[in-house]
Design a binder for this molecule. Structure first.
Ligand code: GLU
Length: 332
């Protein structure tokens, strides 16, 4: 009689991306072209790690990720996490918007169980695809007790990243993901985990936004600042009905005087304005070169623009005022 304990059960939620991509005749490749079952078959040794249940949530390259899919993904993941038979959730996802999906889920899933996003830079049909090893490592991370209570994680290129920290930094290279401010959550080598330390910021079971009860998210636009930026980009966003605007400011979240003035008018009209940075690292602090108190602006602190947008959407969905919105950026 076989006395070995049953394997942990992992629910794999598939959304598409390059990990499921296949080369097209004549060059290029198509995202989400290969079935998840075929992807799993390409990973030797997986059958000894976990029992895997697959659910296809979307079939997209992650450039097509949107709020509708986020809300569906959050509901599907929450349902899996609430199932006592499930040890963890793995989500396959394109790398383009992986960081914002991971951060959204980090804020809206009520769980202490491991939730791991995984993708690939090379399509499944490439020479030496990175997807199979990433998938193997992600499933090992999701089955491991040590991964619990760390919030949503992303596994890529033998590294484990916190959802809050990770950013795509390169268009094509396999080592594209970086965690520029607070660094990696750990390493994972052929399924062997080395965690460095937990995050001190709130997430998942401690998040006031979890579980997600929203049916839609407010419109928040991201506007990139540059030398000579005209003010009418802000006007257009306000006129289109944005409830919030994230400025991707130069340096420490700066913008020219005329853009500052129009942003200040937007605040007076009830639109939340968050200053973030286009530098890719560091902190945007209040009241340095811009008088945020006077203008009514919020600063993104360590969050990159895409993640500042996610947090602002959730804060606005609660009807929070400027001070309460600002507080979120130090808690999450
Ligand atoms: N555009 C694709 C996506 O994000 C390519 C990136 C990838 O999956 O690596 O789905």
């Amino acid at each position: 009689m076989d006395a070995s304990p049953p394997l942990p059960c992992i629910r794999l939620l598939a959304t598409g991306g390059t990990i499921a991509g296949a080369h097209k005749d004549g060059g290029g490749y198509e995202s989400a072209a290969i079935s998840t079952e075929t992807l799993l078959e390409a990973v030797p040794g997986l059958a000894a790690v976990a029992a895997i249940e697959v659910e296809q949530v979307a079939h997209i390259g992650s450039q097509d990720m949107d709020q509708k899919v986020w809300l569906k993904l959050a509901a599907t993941a929450q349902q899996a996490l609430d199932d006592p038979a499930i040890a963890g959730v793995v989500i396959t996802h394109g790398t383009d918007t992986m960081e914002e999906t991971a951060y959204f889920l980090n804020l809206v899933l009520k769980t202490d169980l491991p939730v791991v996003l995984v993708g690939a830079m090379r399509p499944a049909t490439a020479i030496s695809p990175d997807g199979p090893m990433n998938l193997y490592n992600a499933i090992c991370v999701a089955t491991h007790r040590e991964s619990a209570t760390r919030g949503v994680l992303v596994v890529s290129n033998d590294e484990i990243h916190f959802a809050r920290e990770i950013a795509k930094s390169n268009t094509t290279q396999v080592g594209t993901f970086k965690s520029p401010n607070r660094g990696l959550a750990g390493f994972v080598n052929r399924g062997r985990l080395h965690f460095f330390g937990p995050t001190v910021l709130k997430h998942t079971s401690a998040s006031e936004f979890a579980p997600c009860e929203l049916t839609e998210l407010p419109r928040v636009d991201i506007i990139y600042a540059y030398a000579g930026m005209p003010r009418d980009l802000i006007d257009a966003s306000v006129q289109a009905g944005a409830r919030g605007i994230v400025i991707v400011g130069v340096g420490a979240g700066n913008m020219n005087k005329s853009v500052q003035a129009v942003c200040s008018d937007a605040v007076k009209a009830g639109v939340a304005v968050v200053r973030s940075s286009r530098t890719g690292g560091g902190i945007v602090a209040r009241n340095i070169e811009i008088d945020d108190d006077r203008a009514g602006f919020v600063v993104a602190e360590e969050l990159n623009p895409a993640k500042a947008r996610v947090l602002l959407m959730l804060g606005l969905s609660r009807g929070l005022n400027t001070a309460a919105l600002q507080a979120l950026f130090t808690i999450y």
